[in-house]
Design a binder for this molecule. Structure first.
Ligand code: NDP
Length: 270
């Protein structure tokens, strides 16, 4: 049986765990798929490359989720609303676009619990789609960002926003690092003094970064707070993407078990 080809597009992509997760699930579930990685420097070429390579589906990571949105013929209503696509599936010659990051993140938040008043640190694409899905699920989201530029988009949608300078803290149940602070460096997502004052009354802390313990999570742990990193978000978005790639024929619990095994293997090797 010829294999269907899938890939992750991004720049960089060398670090991505998506190939491991998807290939493990293809193997365990007996689906004839093969998943690779493709470093795409120019996002405007996403559609062309996708078709040239003969792919059946892709995931898209930084910095091309907006380009992926532009490249699709058909958009899922949620992807349309947040204007960011991280999963594309080819059906009858058309590129269908979805956003699986935000539902993956919502599931993490629901499992973590702790309350509905949430402060986001960071205002990038991931924060944008996650803020919308949380609000639809009844959360109250405030966005705090280093600089003002990206906050405009959130304000237009009715979110409360602030920069570090204009911030007047309220009470929050959960604080989430939605920024890339700590991803490749040792920086905190906001000044330490500000974080210490905000974290003093919260029930828990979440970071969307995975694969390392960020300075933000270390600070929260030192204050005795429950914490959660981004590994389950990665897993849950992958499960939904796999379900879309394979046309909903497998039980999501089985997909998740296979992918979790792949992730446990890498983390035990680190
Ligand atoms: P973007 O590039 O769109 O946004 C980056 C945001 O981080 C901006 O708000 C930026 O602030 C802020 N930022 C960057 N560096 C710092 C710093 N040193 N201090 C304070 N703020 C900083 O990124 P994305 O939204 O695409 O991704 C955000 C994070 O989410 C990344 O770490 C990514 O790895 C992670 N992610 C995890 C997933 C998972 O499955 N676990 C899925 C998707 C994303 P400013 O506006 O001032 O520049």
């Amino acid at each position: 049986m010829p294999k269907e080809l899938f890939a992750i597009f991004g720049d960089p992509v060398a670090h991505s765990r998506s190939p491991l997760m998807h290939n493990r699930a293809f193997r365990e579930l007996g689906y004839p798929g093969c998943y690779g990685r493709y470093r795409l420097e120019d996002g405007t070429q996403l559609r062309e490359r996708f078709l040239e390579l003969g792919l059946q589906g892709i995931n898209i990571t930084v910095p091309h989720k907006e380009h992926a949105f532009e490249a699709c013929d058909v958009l899922d209503p949620f992807a349309q609303k947040v204007e960011a696509v991280n999963t594309i599936v080819l059906r009858e010659g058309k590129l269908h676009g979805y956003n699986t990051d935000a539902p993956g993140f919502l599931r993490v938040m629901e499992e973590f619990g702790g309350g509905k008043r949430v402060l986001f640190l960071g205002a990038g694409g991931t924060a944008a789609s996650s803020a919308v899905i949380l609000r639809e699920a009844g959360y109250e989201v405030t966005i705090l960002n280093r600089s003002a530029g990206r906050l405009e988009h959130f304000r237009e949608q009715g979110f409360e926003t602030a920069t570090w300078e204009s911030f007047e803290p309220r009470e929050y149940d959960l604080v989430v690092n939605m920024s890339s602070a700590g991803l490749t460096d040792e920086s905190l997502p906001a000044p330490e003094e500000l974080l210490r004052s905000v974290l003093s009354g919260v029930k828990g802390v979440v970071d969307v970064i995975y694969g390392k313990k960020t300075p933000f999570l270390r600070l929260a742990e030192s204050l005795g707070l429950p914490t959660k990193d981004g590994s389950d978000m990665l897993l849950y978005q992958g499960v939904i993407a796999f379900d879309l790639f394979t046309g909903g024929r497998f039980d999501r619990g089985e997909i998740e078990r296979a992918m979790r095994k792949a992730l446990e293997l890498v983390s035990s090797e680190e």
